[in-house]
Design a protein around this ligand. Structure first.
Ligand code: EPU
Length: 417
């Protein structure tokens, strides 16, 4: 039977907890190692299932990945295969991040189309359209994207929508293209900025990362680099909500408060007592949580990756809240499971109306995707009685030692095989 988490709810969390490096910055940073024959060292890469999947993928392409204390090093001395197989891409959509760097360095790439996932169809048309503009020939054959180019050529690309991994893929392709590429309507997420920082350390010339217009002057070759990955803002937000939902008092450290300002502003509105330092946030849960309306949007807006966790908090607020999910079509999978714990939430398309209840009751629940799993753990921490969250492999994809971190704050949480 896959592992489960058993949580005895009702303990206010107390203490200090450190945030790990961001999954969504580590995965593109690992893919960026495909752009050079020299090693790329990520001193603080987290130990996560998705990082292990990216490791397997880079190994199938000819890379070696060595785990070192607290981090890892990737070297792709030579690309020996251009095939990102369906078995890997279907377990982790972020595998598509190898597409841009493979075409740029190796001249060809065959990457399985990711298809749908639990949170929606998630196409990659913007990645392909952008690569096409950079001069790659793109074909779809038997469920695979086949991309070819002798040398990519700079282009002006305006994406039709804001896409995080799309922006990252195009940035990684453009760094080795001939001439100066401009990406308009680029994603402004901190993970995009972190990738630009790494690529710059590797010798790339990039301006404007963190704004909607990124300019990349192509270079002939990149070198290796040593990089520290940006802190995980979603883990930070999740831990802050854990403090709030248990009416605890927790200081979350090693984070960048500016990366979660939209989340902090919303939590403040809900009544969470927050104190912010340069690299930490202290959060205390109030007796009474106020309702609030939340709409997800690209950075610096409220992140879709925090929607399920904050909805879980709003489920205990004194009144009615409304959550609108604008990024993914099907990201309310946690709602039916929260209902099993006593939440009163109704959804209509992209909108969820939440009528606060005084408490959740422990129940067996099932995780469906990464952030939905985190939401169920949060509900379990607050609930009366025992909650068993099954299918925690979803959680293990993106949270490093979450139960150990929560246990360190006093939570009664155990992993059962
Ligand atoms: N989209 C398209 N065409 C494209 C690309 C995206 O229609 O070519 C759509 C998507 O279907 C979605 C929206 O655009 O509706 C935004 O998707 P985006 O491409 O920004 O998402 P992503 O790059 O696939 C990353 C994170 C996600 C996070 C989203 C949004 C990584 C590895 N993944 O996904 O993280 O939710 O950005 O911020 O960076 C998670 O960590 O739990 C997670 C799902």
């Amino acid at each position: 039977m896959p592992a489960r988490l058993e949580i005895e709810g009702g303990v206010p969390l107390r203490g200090t907890v450190k945030v790990s490096a961001a999954k969504n910055a580590t995965l593109p940073a690992m893919a960026a190692a495909l752009l050079t024959a020299a090693p790329v060292t990520l001193g603080n890469a987290p130990d996560l299932a998705d990082v292990r999947t990216m490791t397997r993928l880079l190994e199938t392409l000819g890379g070696t990945v060595s785990r070192r204390p607290g981090g890892l090093s990737v070297q792709v001395a030579g690309v020996t295969s251009d095939l990102a197989p369906y078995e890997l891409v279907s377990t982790m959509r972020a595998s598509v991040l190898v597409l841009g760097p493979l075409v740029a360095r190796h001249g060809t790439a065959r990457v399985a189309l990711p298809g749908g996932c639990a949170i929606g169809p998630r196409p990659i048309d913007q990645h392909l359209k952008g690569l096409g503009k950079l001069g790659a020939e793109i074909a779809i054959e038997n469920g695979y994207v086949i991309a070819r180019a002798s040398r990519l050529k700079a282009a002006r690309i305006t994406t039709d929508l804001v896409t995080v991994t799309g922006t990252e893929n195009l940035m990684m392709a453009a760094v080795l293209a001939e001439g100066t590429t401009v990406i308009e309507n680029a994603a402004r997420e901190p993970e995009v900025v972190d990738l630009a920082t790494l690529l710059t350390a590797m010798g790339a010339r990039i301006q404007g990362a963190g704004t909607a217009r990124i300019e990349i002057e192509g270079v002939a070759e990149l070198r290796g680099a040593v990089h520290r990955v940006v802190p995980d803002r979603v883990e930070a937000g999740t831990l802050i909500v854990a403090a709030a939902i248990t009416r605890g008092d927790v200081t979350v450290t090693d984070l960048v408060p500016d990366h979660i300002s939209s989340v902090l502003a919303k939590l403040d509105e809900i009544g969470v007592v927050l104190e912010t330092g340069p690299t930490w946030v202290r959060a205390r849960g109030p007796e009474r949580l106020r309702p609030a309306d939340v709409t997800t949007s690209p950075f610096p807006g409220f992140p879709t990756d925090m929607q399920a966790q904050v909805m879980t908090l709003l489920g205990l607020a004194d009144g009615q809240s409304r959550v609108t999910e604008t990024i993914f079509e099907n990201r309310f999978m946690h709602v039916a499971e929260l209902a099993r714990m006593g939440a009163r939430i109704e959804t209509d398309g992209a909108i969820a109306v939440i009528r606060g209840v005084p408490c959740y009751q422990g129940a067996p629940v099932m995780a469906s995707d990464l952030r939905a799993s985190a939401a169920l753990v949060l509900a379990g921490l607050a609930a009366h009685g025992t909650t068993i969250v099954s299918r925690v492999y979803h959680l293990d994809r993106g949270y490093e030692r979450l139960e150990a971190k929560l246990g360190g704050l006093g939570a009664r949480i155990e992993r059962r095989a």
